[in-house]
Write a protein that binds this ligand. Structure first.
Ligand code: CUA
Length: 334
């Protein structure tokens, strides 16, 4: 019976929500151990719920059609003012069901928060900001990036989640979460991704104007690709010389207020906004809101608040040739 129910539900759910491209944020297409555990528990609890629903429906049908008084039958039903046994039964019943369901839930919570580190795990600090994500690789590489996290496939990942301002929530439906990111506290997520690919993430706790624009991506790479990516991220930024647009843009950047908020390794040390040392290696800008190309980057620098309400980055009035050069420089930061 249980197995049959599970199969029916699995079919319904996968049919509706499991398609990779149509539903990139479906929790019903898990691609990590953590997401798999959450999904299995959801199936398990829902299967038990279906069983309870079936019992209720059967009892209802029996009461209406088989154990009811018919027209022409004798006497009104017996009046019962209280029945202690019945009251105990309908209090205890739901309480036991809740207890029964809480066992796998609590078990999973403990399972996802191990006390000891996994062998070979990759530690990463995640800093949530209004409204973007910062990632520090704590494996000694010194790599720092924003909004696009790269991790190797089949390796335990240990995320330490901290907030720079308000409460956020880290959620990548197909890899696991949600876990709140709370100021003054370190929360953790452990997972091991099972399939290389690109996975969408989203802040899942209302955190202000651009909460919905606080997106991110996790790229699950093959180990060799990840090693190359991490090495490139840890390297200093590209330098351009001469009188190219990029070189002029580098000077625009170095003399602009951008440097107070943004780091470009070797040029500036701002820490309010994302590290731009390897900005051009990312596929999106503004926390996953726009593709990373010269046109969108130009619009973003011109009208941050229009494209992302509440954005902390002001419009500094950079326009024309200056802006073109700046964009050329930023897009050269591979
Ligand atoms: Cu951060 Cu919602």
């Amino acid at each position: 019976m249980m197995r049959y129910l599970r199969l029916v539900m699995l079919g319904l759910m996968l049919g509706g929500c499991g398609d990779d491209r149509a539903h990139p944020m479906s929790t019903m297409a898990p691609r990590s151990d953590l997401a798999n555990w959450c999904y299995s528990m959801f199936l398990e609890v829902t299967a038990w719920d279906f069983l309870i629903l079936a019992i209720v429906i059967v009892a209802f049908i029996l009461a209406v059609f088989f154990f009811s008084t018919r027209v022409g039958e004798a006497g009104p039903p017996t009046a019962v003012s209280s029945d202690l046994k019945l009251e105990i039964a309908w209090t205890l019943g739901p309480a036991l069901i809740l207890l029964f369901i809480s066992i796998p839930t609590v078990r999973l919570i403990f399972r996802t928060q191990p006390r000891t580190a996994f062998a070979g795990e990759l530690p990463i600090t995640v800093v949530a900001h209004q409204w973007w994500w910062e990632f520090h690789y704590d494996d000694g590489s010194g790599a720092i990036t924003a909004n696009e996290l790269h991790v190797p496939v089949n390796r335990p990942i240990h995320l330490k989640l901290v907030s720079n301002d308000v409460i956020h929530s880290f959620w990548v439906p197909r890899l696991g979460g949600k876990r709140d990111v709370v100021p003054g506290q370190v929360n953790e997520i452990h997972f091991s991704a099972s399939v290389p690919g690109e996975y969408y993430g989203q802040c899942a706790e209302f955190c202000g104007d651009s909460h919905a624009n606080m997106r991110f991506r996790i790229f699950v790479d093959k180990p060799g690709d990840f090693a190359m990516w991490e090495k490139a991220q840890a390297a200093p930024g590209a330098m351009s010389a001469g009188d190219t647009s990029e070189a002029r843009g580098a000077r625009v950047f170095a003399n602009s207020p951008c440097t107070t908020c943004h780091t470009v390794n070797g040029v500036s040390k701002g820490y309010v906004g994302p590290d731009l040392t390897h900005l051009a290696s990312r596929s999106t800008i503004a926390a996953g809101v726009m593709p990373n190309d010269p046109q969108h980057l130009t619009e973003w620098i011109e009208h941050p608040d229009e494209l992302k309400p509440g954005a902390r980055m002001p419009d500094f009035g950079l326009r024309g040739a200056e802006l073109n050069d700046l964009v050329a420089y930023l897009e050269s930061l591979k």
